[in-house]
Design a protein around this ligand. Sequence first.
Ligand code: NAD
Length: 243
Amino acid sequence: MTVLVTGAAGGIGTAIAAACARQGAVVAAVDRVEAVPDPTLPAEVRDRIVAFAADISTPEGCTRTVAEVLAHFGAIGGLVNCAGVMRRGALLETDEDDWEATYAVNVAAVVRLCRAVLPTMIDAGSGAIVNIASQWGLQPAAGHIAYNSSKAAVASLSRSLARDYGAAGIRVNSICPGEILTPMVQRKLDDSGITEAELAGSIPLGRLGRPSEVAELTTFLLSDRASFISGAAVEIAGAQQVG
Ligand SMILES: NC(=O)c1ccc[n+]([C@@H]2O[C@H](COP(=O)([O-])OP(=O)(O)OC[C@H]3O[C@@H](n4cnc5c(N)ncnc54)[C@H](O)[C@@H]3O)[C@@H](O)[C@H]2O)c1
């Protein structure tokens, strides 16, 4: 199966690309910056990951990316929308740019990439889409209104797609991670002065999640092992409650 993964140069996206390739998929690793495969992977696994540099914040960026991936691989059986941006602030602390930047990547790109990929999945009679939302889309964290609401939209879009395209053999789920130790969360720790240990103290399992744990869930949801799971928003958050 060919899997298109966006945000594939980021903390979680790199792990998802590696996990998909380890399970035998060929991976179109899409990111604004070049997605370098995990160097610890065996060469034959690394070779299944092909980087595509693209900015998916525009309609053209999305359609061009899918066209390039289809020209290269001929089909796309799995789509993982993992690219995301976080702008902080309560409503009166955010401006137009914060909302546009957040919604362009976190929401509009998901819509556009699904719209561009669905026809090839419908033709094939099968396909699986996993959208990386956030626990904060289900339980909003204070001071992150643009991000929280964009991720609520991702969970809702995923359920709608599941209902609308299930009869075509396509499954769509969202994953709602809590605190996973990646550059995005490291930036949050650096900006706030909160230590990793302090953040871990608010998580019943006593630690932050690992990108590989989100990747494990993603490959499961993409696979036939999850053949009756569609329209779900799966939390992976170590039992943490937000707020
Ligand atoms: N880390 C967490 O704790 C956490 C929790 C909940 C949800 N998430 C979500 O998981 C996903 C991955 O997060 P991460 O922590 O790995 O973040 P990250 O910042 O490490 O990675 C995000 C990637 O998205 C790419 N990207 C952003 N804008 C893009 C654009 N316009 N075009 C192409 N690529 C673009 C970035 O270049 C980056 O490589 C995001 O959607 C994030 O919202 C993360």
